[in-house]
Design a protein around this ligand. Structure first.
Ligand SMILES: [Zn+2]
Length: 86
């Protein structure tokens, strides 16, 4: 496990929908969950996205629209910058 690359907020955003779908690789999922455990910003976004997806799934059979996904990603990227992460 010594060669594990750093899992950043950006990675999390890229993998989040697959993670919530349950279609993410076990290895990546482990990294994502480790990141979630130490990054409150991502935890909030994950939780919000999960709820959003549940609402969408309850309403119709379509996956999360790209529009919504894009807005969530922009919101988190902004948060991460504001938190002073480099
Ligand atoms: Zn994060």
């Amino acid at each position: 496990m010594g060669t594990t690359r750093q899992f950043t907020c950006k990675h999390l955003l890229q993998e989040l929908t697959d993670y919530l779908d349950g279609s993410l690789d076990a290895e990546v999922r482990t990294q994502l969950e480790a990141h979630l455990a130490k990054c409150p910003n991502c935890w909030v976004v994950c939780d919000t996205t999960k709820k959003t997806i549940e609402v969408f799934k309850g309403m119709d059979p379509y996956p999360l629209p790209d529009d919504v996904k894009g807005r969530l990603m922009k919101a988190l990227q902004k948060r991460c910058h504001q938190a002073g992460q480099s």
